[in-house]
Ligand binder design. Sequence first.
Ligand SMILES: NC(=O)c1ccc[n+]([C@@H]2O[C@H](COP(=O)([O-])OP(=O)(O)OC[C@H]3O[C@@H](n4cnc5c(N)ncnc54)[C@H](O)[C@@H]3O)[C@@H](O)[C@H]2O)c1
Ligand SMILES: O=C(O)CC[C@@H](O)C(=O)O
Length: 527
Amino acid sequence: MPKVLVSDPIDQAGIDILSQVAQVDVNTGLSAAELVRIIPEYDALMIRSGTQVTKEIIEAGNLLKIIGRAGVGVDNVDVPAATRKGIVVVNSPEGNTIAAAEHAIAMMLSMSRHIPEANASVKSGKWERNRFIGVEVYKKTLGIVGLGKIGSHFAASAKAMGMKLLAYDPFISAERAEQLGCRLVELELLMRESDYITLHIPKTPETKHLINAEVLSKMKPTARIINCARGGIIDEAALAEAIKEGKIAGAAIDVYEHEPLEADSPLRSVGQNIVLTPHLGASTAEAQVNVAIDVAEQIRDVLLGLPARSAVNIPGIFPDSIEKLKPYLQLAETLGNLVSQLAGGRVDYLNVQLQGELANNQSQPVVVAALKGLLSQALRERVNYVNASIEAKERGIRVVETRDASIRDYTGSLHLMAKGTLGEHTVTGAVLGENEIRITSVDDFPVNVSPTHHMLFTLHRDMPGIIGKIGSQLGSFNVNIASMQVGRKIVRGDAVMVLSLDDPLPEGILAEIIKVPGIRDAYTVNL
Ligand SMILES: NC(=O)c1ccc[n+]([C@@H]2O[C@H](COP(=O)([O-])OP(=O)(O)OC[C@H]3O[C@@H](n4cnc5c(N)ncnc54)[C@H](O)[C@@H]3O)[C@@H](O)[C@H]2O)c1
Ligand SMILES: O=C(O)CC[C@@H](O)C(=O)O
């Protein structure tokens, strides 16, 4: 049974799903060194934001197939290191959207009405009604930085509260912003004009300290800023100073550059104009169930050999297209494997052509599958959908993808051309019916054969007796032929012969086959 390590608190609903297929060990609060020590036993790791999955942990995880982040942000996982090692990283892109947006709204309102201080004051026995005069958000301008899932939900709620909306997000269109009732503007204008600014962007090298002293200096002295996205997007020292010096009115912060927040963080000494929560954006009962189920299901599927629906490091495989593309992914992998064995030596160039209806689909997963097949001879089980593109790039394989929807010999077909040190080969294949894979041409000679484990391909001159001679050769080595087919363009011209064999070809037989008069080349293929 596979083993899953759950290293942060996860809702029981997720543990129950994992327990159907794996031994689940819940072991929270481990140090990095402890994780490095125990991770070699595990096939999967499930985390929230607490565990930092470093390169060292990933390197030590020799059995790891998947890291599941029960939440959105994967900035606590070294994703490039996981990718290189062929480990799928999955998250739950939507499970806590509402929770995070509602927390940001709560932060905006509680900061505006001094709720934390008023609460503390009443609990301490006081009744200070004049001390806590707040401000309304109605008719105020809200600037949303990052109009993705959480930003959009905040926008809809803020609109309903009568706020005017500005948004800064270089990756969305003005039309999309308009649909959400937002005016898309540059960051500087948003900072200048907003009464409230809320951040909903990922932490990336580009967004680190995006909100620094200079950017904060553009804000109105009455303006307030909310960060329920990621720590490190705001320069915390600059923020603390801006509030203390009255350059801005306040801030509400849920996430920090270093978590837990250090005891001597300048944010702790700002006083009453800052509301701080300990990374609670996703902490609702509903969100914790959603993310736990979402990620546990993906871990279960990957451990059962099925695809994950929200993998962050498998290029371009979207959940909706997986089912439809599945037989074509299998076809691409088979053809990649076949063409690499025909090519024999190193391949430097691969052209992947999507034909017929397939040409109207996402090409990236098909290309990745072809590369996985192509590299499987060299890398065996070390190559998978996660690292195939990187491995190909590192080996200097130039990959070109083309489409031709006008080729309609089959509903959808795939053509691969590989050039390498030993020459050039092409293969084409198609999916018949639901999921029957066929090889439909080899080196441009038409055939129609099902791929089998052991095959022999020959390039020869079409002439009387040649098939019989190959049959006798194989017979003399006690190899049984399951099926045989010849593909030719003209009678007595060049041709290919494709034989499916019940047994693997013994050493030395190819050299004998090549000696048969009329045979130009012969290739053993194991699929
Ligand atoms: N506090 C919490 O507990 C909590 C909970 C959930 C999510 N989050 C965080 O909230 C953030 C947003 O999550 P989401 O689900 O809305 O993500 P999302 O991917 O749906 O949206 C992010 C948006 O940011 C935009 N963006 C990216 N780089 C940008 C840049 N440099 N400037 C401006 N816009 C940029 C993208 O175009 C996208 O529209 C993430 O950082 C996530 O980790 C925090
Ligand atoms: O695990 C958590 O509670 C935080 C999750 C949140 O930061 C996220 O990015 O989804």
